[in-house]
Structures are given as C-alpha cells and as structure tokens.
Design a protein around this ligand. Structure first.
Ligand SMILES: [Zn+2]
Length: 244
C-alpha cells in the first residue's frame, strides 16, 4: 500500500478503534499521528500498520493504553513494531473485572476536583478509561459501581452520557487500594565532581534501578549529564499496584 492510500485509509478509520479520526491525520510518511475521540492522540508507524497483524483484543488494549498515556502526559505515545506488544500487555487481563472497576473508580476520583463533583462519562467514547473493550463492557462496570454503592450515576441524555459522583464508600475504596497513578517515573541523581566517578555513583544508581525493576518499571531513556549525575526516565509496563 502506498503512503497516499494509507493516509486515505487512516483519515477514514482509526486503526485501533475503527472510528473516524477527529482531525486530519498528521505526521510523516513513516509515522502518523491520529487524534481520535476514543483513543485520544497517539502516533503509529507505517510498519505497524502494514506488517503487524494485531488482534482485536490487542487493538482495544492499545487504544486504552495510548489514551491513558496522553491523559497523563499530554504527549502522544508512539506505537512501533518494537513496543506494540509490550504496550498492549500493560493493559489488565481481559477478565480482570475487579482491576477494571478500580481503574474506573480511580478515573472518576482523578477527574473530580472535589468530592461530590459529578464527572461526565460518555460510554460511546470513554469506554477505554477502564480498559473496557466496548461500550457494553464499560456499562457493565459503570452499573456495578452504582449497584455496589461506590458511585451515584445520572443519565444526562439519550446518547449514553452519564455523570458519576463517587460516594464516601467509593472514595474509601479508592483510598483503600492505592494504585500506581502514573505509568512514568523520573529519576535524577546529582553528585559532586569527586562522587561522579566510582563506587558512590554506581552504587546509588544500581540501587535505584533494582528498586524500579522491583516495582515493574523499565528504562525508557537515560541521560548522562556532562558535569555530574545521571537521570533516567522509566515507564511501568504493568501499571503495577503501588503500596506505599
Ligand atoms: Zn481510535
């Protein structure tokens, strides 16, 4: 498929959720940037589109992962042949119902500026916020949090837009099991000129790496300052639970 045909196809259909993108597809011939009402903003390489035979399940996982990434960072994630399967594996397992309910509760909590505020959620476009694969699955979790007393739900229109407000029981549930809020961490170290070389730096650096690995993070980028210290950006592929 030539680049023009690929661009035409992308302008019609988001490759992850199959909906039309909200704005014209940008990027270069090798990497396209999509702005989708469901998946939010992300980039995807031509190689993934042409050569990766992603399953519907992997696509819905990627949709939720890239949306969450943009929601947290305001920067689009780039899906490549190197990372597409690892990114998809960051989503909870298909039948991890409780995990997905927690993502929904935490999403409402995070979007609430204060307890009692109502948060708009439209199943048609917001279903990936709890890693649901469809509107139906989203409604299943949304109904549960209301039935379980974790939230009040109010239908706003005929198109499925609802407002949700966490109850005190819902806030307690959110606080009861803290989860890793962001998939990204940033570590910076600085040493005196003498400490920059040798055991002091290496010991501290390796200790921090071991701890981050234990928590499920992996290194994304490393920067080595010219005068002192090192800094690294880490990303957590499993979004593991963080208990502090
Ligand atoms: Zn999409």
């Amino acid at each position: 498929m030539n680049p023009a045909d690929l661009l035409e196809q992308l302008s019609q259909t988001c490759p992850l959720c199959n909906r039309p993108p909200q704005t014209p597809v940008g990027g270069t011939d090798d990497t396209y940037e999509i702005n989708c009402g469901v998946c939010s903003r992300y980039r995807i390489t031509k190689e993934v589109l042409l050569f990766e035979n992603l399953t519907p399940e992997a696509k819905s996982q990627l949709s939720a992962v890239v949306r969450r990434h943009f929601d947290y960072t305001q920067h689009p994630e780039t899906i490549t042949t190197m990372n597409c399967r690892e990114l998809a594996s960051a989503a909870p397992a298909k039948n991890d119902v409780i995990g997905k309910v927690r993502y929904l509760l935490r999403y409402i909590a995070r979007k609430s500026h204060f307890p009692g505020e109502r948060v708009n959620l439209k199943g048609e476009t917001d279903y990936p916020v709890c890693f649901a694969a469809s509107v139906e699955e989203f409604r299943y979790y949304a109904q549960y949090i209301v039935d379980a007393g974790f939230a009040d739900g109010q239908r706003m229109d005929m198109h499925g837009e609802c407002q949700y407000c966490l109850t005190p029981k819902g806030w307690k549930e959110v606080e009861r099991i803290p989860m890793l809020e962001s998939p990204c961490a940033f570590v910076a170290m600085s040493f005196s000129k003498e400490g920059h070389y040798g055991a002091l730096l290496n010991g501290a650096y390796e200790e921090a790496i071991t701890e981050l690995f234990t928590m499920g993070f992996r290194s994304r980028r490393k920067f080595f300052g010219p005068a002192s210290g090192r800094s690294s950006s880490w990303e957590c592929p499993q979004r593991r639970q963080l208990v502090m």
